[in-house]
Design a protein around this ligand. Structure first.
Ligand code: ASP
Length: 356
């Protein structure tokens, strides 16, 4: 009898233990890291209506405190990487961000990472991370166009949506995303298009990959470009990138800046040309001379959309140039810097511009 009682007691104890462990697992929230880098989302103004403000002013704790709803969907951990306006973003900060994100995402319990960032160079950081983060876990950049002190500040909602996007299972494998104003945009095509509007980020060639609705991402397409685990670039041992400059084309442009860049010892030039990446004769000649000297030359376009295609009006094969395809000049620079960590061959570089 005693034997029977102790067995049934043991059985109930095991059932109780298993069910409490199960319930705890059910209620445990996914861990999301928020890496803060500054920008307008961390900006403060002298009043809630003034246009003037100082970006990168408040720290990550205050950013998180403004959105108490986050604790309902995730266990958030904040880290302050830098606190700058994104016009001061550098390749060194990109590399330390990539290193830190790759470290964080290796932890099994982490669902993903949100990066708060100024909007001016956000698309460049997003694209750099898209090519260097080695995980299918979601990485989402967000920011705001209005400072934290403004009437109708857009930062808190963007931050909530970014975390909600990261914790959703369907966000895995989408590459690095930029989420603002309820829209989810892929890093390869997103671009800032308006100096002031909260809906400044657009995906000019392909449109958004999804929308946030009722705190959940609704995906409508995926980027077909190589990214994250499918990227061939590895920055784990790098502490800087080859120097690449962007030079702009316009009516009457000449060889002045191209020669200056060559003299300064750049490894690559992205030419933000007119139309389909075209350059006036004097500039074209200087670019050809640069390519002859082993400097990688990529033709891109100053236009907001459409591809820069190989060999239309310029004989790229004869001159040893690559064309940027859908990448705008600022993103072409990111890809060229990474490409130059592997090769200086223009055909190999052209392959990368097709694939990424
Ligand atoms: N200049 C600011 C920055 O990029 C603008 C912004 O965040 O919207 O940091």
């Amino acid at each position: 009898m005693i034997h029977f009682l102790s067995r049934s007691f043991l059985f109930s104890a095991i059932v109780l233990l298993l069910s409490t462990t199960f319930l705890a697992a059910q209620t445990q929230k996914p861990t999301v890291y928020i890496l803060a880098t500054g920008g307008t989302i961390a900006g403060t103004g002298s009043s809630s209506t003034a246009a003037q403000y100082k970006p990168g002013d408040i720290g990550v704790e205050l950013l998180l405190a403004a959105v108490p709803e986050l604790s309902e969907i995730a266990e958030v951990k904040g880290e302050q990487v830098v606190n700058i306006s994104s016009q001061d973003m550098t390749t060194q900060i990109w590399l330390s961000l990539a290193h830190r994100i790759n470290e964080i995402l290796l932890q099994e319990h982490v669902a993903g990472v949100v990066i708060t960032h100024g909007t001016d160079t956000q698309e460049e950081t997003a694209y750099f991370l898209n090519l260097t983060v080695k995980s299918h876990k979601p990485v989402v950049l967000t920011g705001s166009m209005r400072p934290s002190t403004a009437l109708s500040a857009d930062g808190p909602r963007n931050l909530y949506n970014a975390v909600a996007c990261v914790v959703a299972p369907e966000s895995k494998g989408q590459g690095v995303m930029l989420l603002m104003d309820d829209r989810i945009l892929s890093a390869d095509d997103v671009s800032k298009t308006h100096t002031l509007n909260v809906s400044t980020f657009q995906s000019p060639n392909y449109g958004p990959i999804g929308y946030m609705y009722d705190g959940k991402p609704i995906f409508i397409r995926s980027s077909h470009k190589r990214h994250s685990l499918h990227s061939e670039f590895d920055v784990s041992t790098l502490n800087d990138l080859p120097r690449v400059e962007i030079i702009m084309g316009y009516a009457g442009a000449n060889d002045l800046f191209i020669r200056a860049a060559v003299q300064a010892g750049v490894k690559g030039i992205v030419y933000a040309g007119v139309g389909n990446g075209n350059a006036p004769a004097a500039a074209l000649e200087a670019l050809a001379a640069a390519a002859q000297q082993g400097i990688a030359v990529v033709r891109s376009s100053r236009l907001p959309s459409g591809p820069s295609t190989q060999g239309n009006e310029v004989d790229d094969n004869r001159l040893g140039f690559a064309a940027s395809w859908m990448l705008n000049p600022q993103k072409a620079r990111v890809l060229l810097m990474l490409a130059l960590t592997k090769t200086t061959d223009y055909q190999e570089i052209q392959r990368m511009f097709w694939e990424y």
